[in-house]
Design a protein around this ligand. Structure first.
Ligand SMILES: Nc1ncnc2c1ncn2[C@@H]1O[C@H](COP(=O)(O)OP(=O)(O)OP(=O)(O)O)[C@@H](O)[C@H]1O
Length: 373
């Protein structure tokens, strides 16, 4: 009989389980707004006018390739960078802008970095109480113990960071970030240092804790799957600008341009022209309503949207790989130089060299005006 591993079983690299759900302290979430944020490093322009509002309790991922400005925007929110233009607002109150600069410790934000940034010479308890300096010592320690209990590490209060695994250190960093009950949590690639087997479990537990605290949260990531798993909305960035902001579904199904589409899936791309409301590609003719006659288009088809069919475009399988849940196949068709890539159900009975026919599922077809790329 099939069995499903519990999260505890799958997190074999961790020594302890996480704390009881529902016990993280609740915060009063804030609305975080960016208005026309411009930022320079010396002469170099890193943010080119960012407008974004994160609603109270919302989780937004900043997603984009390396160097697009994600970390800089997070640091601007935290008060670790000063923008050269624009304003940052918390519940409508300006915390950064012309003539205003509220220092990081007065912003009510919790921070969590990729490298966890724990102080190596301090015990775990001291690391967590560090952000609670405003409280009397006994109360700070009580809250730190509470946060450590929620992440399942109460028994490690007297240990030092080097005695903990990477996953456990990440949990300490999370406890430290939530202990002061911040209205806004800012996380910079918080899971990228973790082993892949551990990452999914840590992500799920972290998400549960963020939801419990009800804090407004921004997570920086370069991983589209992580952004889709973790956030209510995704803000896709490119070269210092926001390219598209929306739900995972918005971005996957209605990407604003080819760059955004490429971010979320591998694509077979065909350059073609609009003719009579249609676009002809080497793997079939697809509807292209509303496109100007003769305009240059890119038709992009996801590999999972192409299947073998009794009636379809003839081709020959040039390669086939079994990967377990899916198979990857390449099929050569006439009038297309590059082979067409397909993702098939795992174990599809087909061999290289075989003649096949392929058909396209219109749900996996995206059409872009070349002029807008
Ligand atoms: N301290 C710095 N001094 C000068 N330029 C910097 C500095 N930090 C970042 N930059 C530059 O600013 C731009 C944006 O960097 P940023 O770190 O915000 O991007 P990112 O999207 O977070 O990238 P990554 O995923 O690699 O961290 C990049 O071109 C980067 O090289």
């Amino acid at each position: 009989m099939a069995s499903i591993q519990s999260p505890e079983q799958s997190a074999t690299l961790e020594r302890t389980s996480w704390g009881r759900r529902g016990t993280a302290g609740v915060t009063i979430a804030a609305r975080l707004g960016f208005e026309g944020i411009v930022h320079h490093y010396g002469e170099s322009l890193s943010l080119k006018g960012i407008d974004l509002v994160v609603e109270p309790g919302e989780i937004v991922s900043l997603l984009g390739r390396s160097g697009c400005g994600k970390t800089t925007l997070l640091r601007v929110a935290a008060g670790l960078e000063r923008p050269s233009g624009g304003r940052v607002l918390v519940n409508g109150r300006e915390i950064s802008g012309p003539g205003t600069f509220v220092p990081p410790e007065k912003r009510g934000v919790g921070l969590m970095f990729q490298d966890f940034a724990l102080f190596p010479h301090m015990t775990i308890l001291k690391n967590v109480t560090y952000g609670l300096a405003d409280l009397p010592r006994a109360e700070a320690e009580r809250q730190a113990h509470h946060a450590l209990a929620r992440v399942g590490l109460e028994g490690f209060a007297a240990a030092y960071p080097h005695e903990l695994s990477g996953g456990e250190q990440q949990r300490v960093a999370l406890a430290r970030a939530i202990a002061p009950r911040p209205s806004v949590l800012l996380m910079d690639e918080p899971f990228s240092g973790l082993d892949k087997r551990l990452r999914d479990h840590v992500r799920d537990e972290t998400l549960a804790i963020i939801r419990e605290t009800r804090a407004t949260c921004i997570i920086v990531t370069h991983d589209p799957e992580e952004a889709m798993r973790m956030s209510d909305r995704i803000a896709l960035m490119r070269q210092g600008k926001l390219l598209q902001v929306g739900t995972a579904r918005d971005l996957y199904e209605r990407p604003s341009n080819l760059y955004a589409a490429r971010f979320f899936s591998e694509l077979n791309e065909f350059d073609t022209l609009a003719r009579g409301g249609e676009a002809v590609t080497p793997i079939g003719t697809v509807p292209a309503p509303g496109r100007a006659e003769g305009s240059a288009l890119t038709v992009a088809v996801r590999p999972q949207g192409i299947r073998f069919a009794a009636e379809g475009v003839p081709g020959r399988v040039v390669s086939h790989r079994f990967l377990g849940e899916v198979d990857l196949a390449e099929v050569a068709v006439e009038s297309c130089d590059a082979p067409i890539r397909l993702r098939l159900r795992g174990g599809t009975p087909v061999r290289a060299g075989e003649s096949v026919a392929i058909a396209v599922d219109p749900r996996d077809v995206l059409i872009f005006d070349k002029a807008l790329e």
